[in-house]
Design a protein around this ligand. Sequence first.
Ligand SMILES: Cc1cc2nc3c(=O)[nH]c(=O)nc-3n(C[C@H](O)[C@H](O)[C@H](O)COP(=O)(O)OP(=O)(O)OC[C@H]3O[C@@H](n4cnc5c(N)ncnc54)[C@H](O)[C@@H]3O)c2cc1C
Ligand SMILES: *[C@@H]1O[C@H](CO)[C@@H](O)[C@H](O)[C@H]1NC(C)=O
Ligand SMILES: *[C@@H]1O[C@H](CO)[C@@H](O)[C@H](O)[C@H]1NC(C)=O
Ligand SMILES: *[C@@H]1O[C@H](CO)[C@@H](O)[C@H](O)[C@H]1NC(C)=O
Ligand SMILES: *[C@@H]1O[C@H](CO)[C@@H](O)[C@H](O)[C@H]1NC(C)=O
Length: 408
Amino acid sequence: MEQQRSIVIIGGGIIGCTTAYYLSRHPSYSSSTTSITLLEASARGTAQGASGKAGGLVAKWAYPRELVDISYPEHVKLAEEHNGTERWGWRFVSCGSWEGHGEDLGDSGSGVGKGGQKKSLEKTLGLEDVSTTREETGLPDDLLWVKEELTTSYSPMSGPDGSAQVHPYLFTTSMLELAKEKGVLAVAGSATSIEREGRRVTGVSYRDSENQTKTIPATHVILSAGAWSPSLLPSLPISATRAHSVTIRPNSSTTIAPYVLFTEIRLPSNASTMHSRIVTPEIYARPDGEVYACGPGDDSRLPKNVDDVVVDLAACESVRDHVASISQELRDGEVEKRQACFLPVVSVGGGPIIGEAEKIAKGLYIATGHTCWGICNAPGTAKAMAELLFEGKIRSGNLKKLSPSRFL
Ligand SMILES: Cc1cc2nc3c(=O)[nH]c(=O)nc-3n(C[C@H](O)[C@H](O)[C@H](O)COP(=O)(O)OP(=O)(O)OC[C@H]3O[C@@H](n4cnc5c(N)ncnc54)[C@H](O)[C@@H]3O)c2cc1C
Ligand SMILES: *[C@@H]1O[C@H](CO)[C@@H](O)[C@H](O)[C@H]1NC(C)=O
Ligand SMILES: *[C@@H]1O[C@H](CO)[C@@H](O)[C@H](O)[C@H]1NC(C)=O
Ligand SMILES: *[C@@H]1O[C@H](CO)[C@@H](O)[C@H](O)[C@H]1NC(C)=O
Ligand SMILES: *[C@@H]1O[C@H](CO)[C@@H](O)[C@H](O)[C@H]1NC(C)=O
């Protein structure tokens, strides 16, 4: 007789939801012999954390290599199979690093600002001719939404099919919807402990939306609670970094060519300190015309629940000002979302952490610590998890370096 499996996934971010999808698509899965439950603590549903607020870049050149090699082709396949273009904004995208100067937003903004020119001279002092042509900077002909005259250099980070993007919120919620079609159950509740008997997991206790404590019996528990994972397994070396982002809607007569830019912007000197500052926002053009931009991380404390993450509006304003300093289109656009989220960082380096933590308990699986590449690496992580649970071994690649035994 076939084994009865009861799998509980803790956390409805991209890792948990994509894992639910791959489990429900594994050839050994049948809803009559296996139950799959996904627990998510937010009262607002899934993808309320980093997975709904990320940029969404999917890159062949991301890391770690062995996980990207599984993930990238899976992203392509998922998009083909489920109409990702329509459903989650999948497309190949040009991606490059852009270096240049920001204009002082104090001036009304048409043409080259005083600040911009001043910085231009400073940066190029003794280095290059000020009269750099577009060709010399490497700025692509169709990248018209950053100012040519502020550009020092542009270099592509991959060939034409080496970078793609998804809308991370739509991707994550779609994965769960597709998993539900095959019988996965999503439950609103905050896991409070992973129950064990001897050296085996037996269930997950959680508080439901009425704050009642309940327990779901489990033969397999997958911990994918992102930055919150150590609250259930304190020995996990995971720390949390907060990052702010905004989305900007350019006016309807503006077309924004599909580029993802990693920028290095030298801002105009501060009159009192006489020092210029370099900022490095990332900017993502999206298929629906929206532009996403995110700023640096900070070490603000992780709240208990994702719904209590505090957004510092001044940090959002800085991100907006920094990207507006190199783009008239973004300066004229309307800021729609101002948000913050925490990404899970492996504090001892390396990661993510993927595999069974059998030293702690048989049946306890970990899938977290994806730092800045969780959107890209979710399909590889999820496929590996499904293989490990149903076949006892990861077949798609060698992920030994990511094994929990190396981190716990
Ligand atoms: C600004 C920014 C930009 C990014 N851009 C990119 C990008 O372009 N490409 C890329 O690949 N990656 C990107 N990332 C990284 C990516 O967002 C993360 O690696 C990824 O979202 C992590 O997913 P997760 O599912 O592990 O965590 P999360 O999205 O944080 O999900 C964890 C979930 O677990 C839930 N949870 C927590 N505790 C409990 C509990 N006790 N019980 C039940 N549920 C619980 C939380 O509510 C949350 O929904 C970016 C990150 C940031 C911050
Ligand atoms: C994908 O969506 C587009 C646009 O709605 C539609 O034309 C196409 O038929 C869809 N393809 C599939 C396979 O559903
Ligand atoms: C939920 O219940 C726990 C334990 O009984 C209690 O400590 C907590 O304050 C309650 N939370 C709310 C929001 O009522
Ligand atoms: C200039 O720098 C000082 C000191 O860091 C700061 O207090 C001030 O706000 C800055 N001024 C501007 C215009 O950014
Ligand atoms: C839309 O934005 C573009 C680029 O910033 C600007 O040139 C144009 O005048 C704007 N049009 C309207 C109607 O606001």
